[in-house]
Design a binder for this molecule. Sequence first.
Ligand code: MSP
Length: 521
Amino acid sequence: MKSKESFYITTPIYYVNDIPHLGTAYCTVAADVLARFERLMGKDVHFLTGTDEHGEKIQEAAAKLGKSPQEFTDQVAETFRSTWKKMGITFDDFIRTTEERHKKVVIHLIKKAMSQGDIYLGNYEGWYCVPDESFWTDSQLVNGKCPNCGRDVKKIKEENYFFKVSKFTGQLLNHIEANPTFILPESKKNEVVAFIKEGVRDVSVSRTSFNWGIPFPSDAEAKSSHHVIYVWFDALINYVSALSPLDKPETFKKYWGTESAPRTIHLLGKDILRFHAVYWPCFLLSVGLPLPKRIFATGWWTIEGQKMSKSLGNTVEPLAFTAQYGQDAFRLFLFREFPMGQDGDFNIKNFKERSNADLANNLGNLVSRSFNLIQKNLEGIIQAPLSNSEIQTTIDTAATQFNFNAMETFSYNEVLKSIFAILLGMNKYIDTKAPWTLAKDPAKKEELKSVLYSVAEGLRIASLFLWPFIPYTCEEIQNRLGQSSLQDVLTDKISFQEAVKWGSMKEATIKMGGPLFPRLQ
Ligand code: MSP
């Protein structure tokens, strides 16, 4: 068998001072969609998520609860892992930065950068935003607050090690220019380029005023013996450490990729793009590792027009929400309305309207009416007709001309728009063909069979394209249709291209079932 192309997708690792919310669920579900899609494409997918457990913020959060940081992080990391599991997120690995496998790679790479002469000892004096774990200068503050999150900053003065970012920014700019889809969306790429061109200051890679972190490799020059690795460098390295480069160099190379064939896709929110698109690539250049293939920054969600915040108490808790409305309705809404690079508003009225329009009225109705007709008129049997139908060409063309590239550049809303338009077209096709009238005329039996077969076949094909987005529903549709094409693709029995070919539906007896989606009031 031909060896599979490898594919590596990562989410940010989440701070454990908070439990999963809409923002973290968004990135995680988005990565899950692409991981599922690439598996359908026959790739060997490695999907990584995890938790970011060190740093001042976590130490403070644990202390507030009277817990040791380790006890605290153990508990919250488990909440993240189990939440994603319950939400059907198909991650292959879950990394925690307190794990030994992570720490040893962090130490190894920091030492490597030191041996390259890219890390030096100095003193930092300036502002620090604990919630964002980020350093700011006087001139960067906005009204005395953190320019990223608007929260209070504090003045710090401490001995720090610094990383020579500036040594690599020229090389990085060339790379960005030569690889137009390295940073997406375009508008965010332009911001990154402008930021680099202004001149990037060297960044701290250690902290000394607290101790919850990975001890910095000892260095005779340091005056303070309490250096811990700055949480952002600790955290970014998770993408490498999870692939065990020291113990399994082949696995690492397979998923991480090489300079000429990069495999890694980092998905993250716009607020942390600088860390991923500037500091991280420069660090990789320093330690001699290939750059990722793509860094995509998502927009942010507001809730009912307001900034989501704990103090406003308006956060959407994904487990509770999906328990009430279903996993697929939630997943669909995340990507259907807004392009992923733009901000969106999570608004219950829109959510219900969207679910009703796409899921209850369009897809759900299509399934229920076509199944009823097949059951009533064809004894529940779907069988290939003798002649083609008009809708065949529409669906066939859509399937063969599907913009596969749109998935890897996260144009999910475009993809969804076109699929739901086809489903709407199928509903219209039923209306026009009026199979209930055809059924009254014995001479029209073949035509009736052809119409109903076409709708069933269209549904089978649509369920393959839609599976990454609304997996539970698509599996149910395949099951009710008595088809295994989805399973066959996922177990490499057939390729996706073969599966979506018109006419590959097996003769089967359908299974009737209740409505797929309730109509929401
Ligand atoms: N620990 C760092 C990431 C380290 S990655 C090496 C971190 N964690 S976080 O838990 O604060 O945030 C994780 C992600 O959630 C970020 O991508 C952020 O953009 C996203 N979101 C948090 N709130 C959000 C919204 N309201 N809307 C959309 N995404 C948001 O940063």
